[in-house]
Ligand binder design. Structure first.
Ligand SMILES: *Cc1c(COP(=O)(O)O)cnc(C)c1O
Length: 232
């Protein structure tokens, strides 16, 4: 068995175990394989092993890979998105979830470009729960008002929230951040803002996806545990 396939099976087992610990059904957790820095052959191996969702953090890299990968794949834009790159995403039909909407200006641009492409773009709002200076995202306390403001836009559909937390050795240290995002998610649900759906909670990477699942993640974004350590 190829190494990637083996790794993938391990990750899937760990997802199931974390879901079981939390009394959840692992079917409600989507695994996005993060392919940044990986070559087409490696990505194809993951696809052959059963992956259907791929994530990229840079638009250019996504564009380079998009046409070379199976038509059945859903692409996720997971990294910080510059407004002048939004138009490229709209041309990629199979990229229909942006995880990193984090400003009003970006929301306006996504809405406008999606309208021009005659589509509705699904988005998650990125929240900087840890208040980490090196990470993008809204402050938690800005979230509800932001959701109300963007709910007017007809060509984007908010589907939930996303976060990146700091890297720590002891992942128990980041559990409170995941818990806080889940609470914010529930609060946003209760607010019943027209046109805003709270279905997806994208949190957890190789280092901490099990804790994220225990705290309610519906999407985990995993790179290194599937493809091995990244070399830049
Ligand atoms: C790179 C990246 C990941 C995956 O990180 P790994 O440690 O390789 O699992 C997840 N989310 C975002 C936004 C990333 O940029």
């Amino acid at each position: 068995m190829s190494e990637i396939k083996e790794n993938l099976q391990q990750v899937q087992k760990r997802i199931e175990a974390a879901a079981t610990r939390a009394g959840r059904d692992s079917d409600e957790i989507k695994l996005v394989a993060v392919t940044k820095t990986r070559g087409i052959e490696e990505i194809k191996e993951a696809v052959e092993a059963g992956i259907v969702d791929l994530g990229e953090s840079r638009v250019q890299e996504l564009r380079d890979k998009y046409d070379n990968i199976s038509q059945k794949i859903n692409w996720h834009m997971i990294g910080h998105l510059q407004r002048n790159k939004v138009k490229y995403i709209m041309r990629m039909e199979r990229c229909n979830l942006i995880h990193s909407m984090d400003s009003m200006r970006l929301a306006k641009k996504i809405n406008k470009r999606a309208g021009m492409a005659d589509r509705v773009m699904n988005v998650l709002v990125q929240i900087n729960v840890a208040g980490d200076e090196n990470k993008f995202g809204l402050k938690p306390e800005e979230t509800i008002q932001y959701l109300k403001d963007v709910s007017e836009f007809e060509n984007l559909q908010v589907k939930g929230l996303m976060t990146m937390v700091p890297y720590v050795e002891d992942t128990e240290e980041v559990r409170p951040y995941f818990r806080q995002l889940k609470e914010l998610f529930e609060e946003a649900k209760r607010a019943e803002i027209p046109n805003i759906e709270m279905q997806e909670l994208s949190m957890g990477i190789t280092n901490d996806f099990e804790v994220a699942i225990e705290e309610g993640a519906t999407i985990v974004r995993v790179g290194s545990a599937i493809f091995g350590p990244r070399e830049y």
